[in-house]
Design a protein around this ligand. Structure first.
Ligand SMILES: C[S@@+](CC[C@H](N)C(=O)[O-])C[C@H]1O[C@@H](n2cnc3c(N)ncnc32)[C@H](O)[C@@H]1O
Length: 273
């Protein structure tokens, strides 16, 4: 199975054990230019702390679906739950093996293809919902949960579409389709929480960082190459122009105004009926 190199890049640069947006208690009062990497890591810790508050009492066994590099698994182990973790990603597999040294059973597969040996009280999908086929995901959840068990899902969903062909439509599930599939597969929605306001600051910080550090560095690199190697620079420019534009368009994905226009970052707690 392969490695998601974008997720690997996040884990190597931020160097936290989480791969999600983080949760900001008071985003209105944060000044972007004063934020440190530690603030981002603290927000990521608060995200799982807040998400874990939705775990119903009586829950003992949890399957962490799309476990990333194990931050949530580790947090929940410390809270006394019994955990198994799952990810199709080869890099994440190596990190998890090292981190837990066989202390946590790890399943190296897509959730849709998971074969279970025991039944779980709760399935956690922390920012992994958007990677999993909606219908197959709920069918699999039914199969691996005990009667009355729970799916705790935290991810972004598209609630509005226009004719803009926005990239925001491509990397998330449609909210209504997701909720309807839950119902059709025998899951009751028992709690929900809109955490859009608590998560967007991370996108704003990414934008700030790119505008302040990355873009000026690129501008200088282009200026310097044009000046010192004008011919080579022209040829390279012709080759990469299209790809470069595609990459620039992807910046729409970290535009929090566009995010808010089309998507909501939700927590859903479903119970198997
Ligand atoms: C954005 S990361 C979130 C990681 C972690 N849950 C967290 O909150 O830090 C998405 C995770 O979903 C995993 N994933 C991708 N496709 C999947 C699938 N079909 N089934 C289960 N997990 C999947 C990725 O490998 C990664 O571990």
């Amino acid at each position: 199975m392969s490695t998601d190199h974008v997720l690997k890049l996040y884990s190597k640069t931020i160097q936290s054990s989480f791969l999600h947006y983080g949760f900001w208690d008071d985003p209105e009062n944060v000044e972007l230019s004063t934020l440190s990497l530690q603030d981002i890591k603290n927000a990521q810790y608060r995200y799982i702390d807040h998400l874990a508050s939705f775990i119903p009492s009586g829950t003992k066994t949890i399957l962490d679906v799309g476990c990333g590099i194990g931050g949530n698994t580790s947090f929940l182990l410390k809270k006394g739950y019994s955990l198994e973790a799952l990810s199709p990603d080869s890099y994440q597999k190596s990190v998890i093996k090292k981190k837990f040294n066989r202390g946590v059973a790890f399943h190296h597969c897509k959730f849709e293809d998971f074969t279970h040996r025991t039944l779980f009280d709760l399935i956690l999908e922390s920012e992994s919902v958007c990677y999993i086929d909606i219908d197959k995901g709920f069918k699999k959840a039914r199969e691996v949960l005990r009667d009355g068990g729970y799916v705790l899902a935290s991810d972004y969903f598209v609630f509005f579409k226009d004719h803009s062909n926005s990239l925001h439509f491509k990397s998330s599930h449609d909210m209504d389709t997701y909720l309807n599939s839950a119902k059709e597969n025998g899951f009751n929605l028992i709690k929900q929480y809109d955490q859009t306001d608590n998560t967007m600051l991370t996108l704003d910080y990414a934008n700030y960082f790119i505008e302040r550090f990355i873009n000026p560095t690129i501008d200088y690199g282009v200026y310097s190459t044009n000046k010192n190697f004008p011919k080579i620079s022209k040829v390279i420019g012709l080759f990469i122009a299209k790809k470069w534009q595609e990459k620039k368009n992807q910046l729409d994905l970290i535009n929090s105004d566009l995010f808010r226009k089309y998507r909501k970052y939700m927590i859903y707690l479903f119970q198997k009926v």
